[in-house]
Design a protein around this ligand. Structure first.
Ligand code: ZN
Length: 47
């Protein structure tokens, strides 16, 4: 289970994955658009 998926859309990640820090942990997104969604969700305070 070494394959990672985008935290926003669940598609497979490759070496271009973008790291997004959410609170105290780091998730990875497939593209800037997904990264932005994760940041927005985090900013809204939804745990
Ligand atoms: Zn994505």
């Amino acid at each position: 289970m070494s394959e990672k998926t985008c935290a926003a859309c669940d598609c497979a990640l490759d070496e271009t994955a973008i790291r997004v820090t959410i609170g105290s942990h780091v998730v990875e997104a497939c593209c800037e658009e997904c990264a932005e969604k994760l940041r927005e969700a985090s900013a809204k305070g939804s745990t």
